[in-house]
Design a binder for this molecule. Structure first.
Ligand SMILES: [Zn+2]
Length: 167
């Protein structure tokens, strides 16, 4: 028996898919029935999500929640109103970028940090163009502070993380 049905866009009620929609990690604040959401994962069509008037507030709430939940195995190198850059406590240090524009969390390899800085057109190739542009703009001042991963690790605030367990 198939329990979970096709993903659904809560903004228009239509069927959505991984190819055309954003699947938020939390759905608090979306106009969606909680029981219905159990059966139909919320996949927001990009064409519905980007122009949605509720997006700034929803994305900001998602951003704040993802940042606050990331303690433990992650330290915080940088957070402002556009982006958070988190560094994993274990080596090789993976990076987590949380984007306030949409509430997306990206896990990236350390090598991508410098690769993207040197070629900003290659930033987040699998993300929506709006996210890619927002990320490029948000990262410019962060790249100035932290040109490479070594600088990120040195500059990371490890308070609240479990890094001491791995040293
Ligand atoms: Zn839709």
């Amino acid at each position: 028996m198939k329990i979970v049905s096709d993903p659904e866009c809560p903004l228009c009620g239509g069927v959505s898919s991984r190819d055309d929609a954003f699947f938020p990690e939390h759905t608090d604040g979306l106009p969606v029935d909680p029981v219905r959401r159990l059966l139909h994962p919320a996949g927001l069509h990009w064409g519905c999500y980007i122009p949605w008037t509720g997006r700034p507030e929803f994305a900001r709430r998602l951003f704040a929640r993802l940042v606050s939940e990331a303690a433990g195995l992650w330290g915080c190198a940088h957070v402002d109103e556009w982006v958070a850059v988190l560094v994993s406590v274990t080596e090789p240090h993976a990076l987590q970028l949380i984007l306030a524009e949409t509430g997306r969390r990206l896990l990236i390899a350390p090598a991508d940090w410098e690769r993207w800085r040197l070629a900003p057109e290659s930033v987040a190739p699998h993300c929506h163009p709006v996210e890619r542009e927002a990320l490029r703009q948000a990262l410019v001042p962060v790249w100035v502070r932290f040109p490479d991963v070594a600088a990120l690790v040195v500059g990371t605030d490890w308070a609240g993380s479990e890094r001491y367990l791995y040293e």
